[in-house]
Design a protein around this ligand. Sequence first.
Ligand SMILES: Nc1ncnc2c1ncn2[C@@H]1O[C@H](COP(=O)(O)OP(=O)(O)O)[C@@H](O)[C@H]1O
Ligand SMILES: [Mg+2]
Length: 248
Amino acid sequence: MSDVTATSTAADYLVRAENVSRMYPDGHVTALVDVSLAVRRGQYTAIVGPSGGGKSTLLNLLGALDVPTSGRVLFEEQPLSATADLDRLRARKIGFVFQSFHLLPTLTALENVQIPMFEGPRLSASQRASKAGQLLVAVGLSHRATHLPKQMSVGERQRTAIARALANDPMLLLADEPTGNLDSQVGGEILDLFDRLHRDRSMTLIVITHSAEIARRAQQIITLRDGRIVSNESVADFLSDADATTVE
Ligand SMILES: Nc1ncnc2c1ncn2[C@@H]1O[C@H](COP(=O)(O)OP(=O)(O)O)[C@@H](O)[C@H]1O
Ligand SMILES: [Mg+2]
């Protein structure tokens, strides 16, 4: 891999989890147990594993949407627990993409993409619209700018949601089963878009998936089961293991 260097320093890490556990007291559920991982800047990480394994819980902790019961999460090597304004950090540095898009139904694509900009660096109305237009071009949707979500295909809705996640030029893009509501062809187009973001914008990506297709495109694959990391592999290892297990 081209980005592997002989010495890896702390500054190379964008986000890290150290011995993170998360209990949901209401259900007496321990969703994560002693999870540690590190994601380097520009790295593409996939999180895989069975339903209920703790994938969404982990993503929410890495994205500062939730706080661990024990352990800590560091963003740019700063503990989130010591970060005064998590809303601001999240709004300006992290983009989220969800399985069910979460677009506002009464707003056009161009308007939906601008929503996070109200929490970001100050822009005029025309600057916001212009930037949203550029983002729609980047996701291949310039011809749908004035469409409402219901006037778009599911794939176009997810592209709009991805453009919205990029509104404030985040360093980190988190996606929770982004192709879960899409057929395999449309899902493949979304994955191609993630590949382009990773390649052309050096975007750091953490994507939860059931799809071997995504895992194949990632550089680090973390498998969670019952709240624990059961493997953390580089792609080369993962594919050779998969080959080994499919030998007849
Ligand atoms: N808000 C919550 N309150 C109580 N239990 C939860 C909550 N969210 C998730 N869980 C439980 O935590 C475990 C992990 O869930 P989750 O992180 O959503 O897994 P995954 O995304 O891998 O399917 C599951 O047992 C789930 O039922
Ligand atoms: Mg989940």
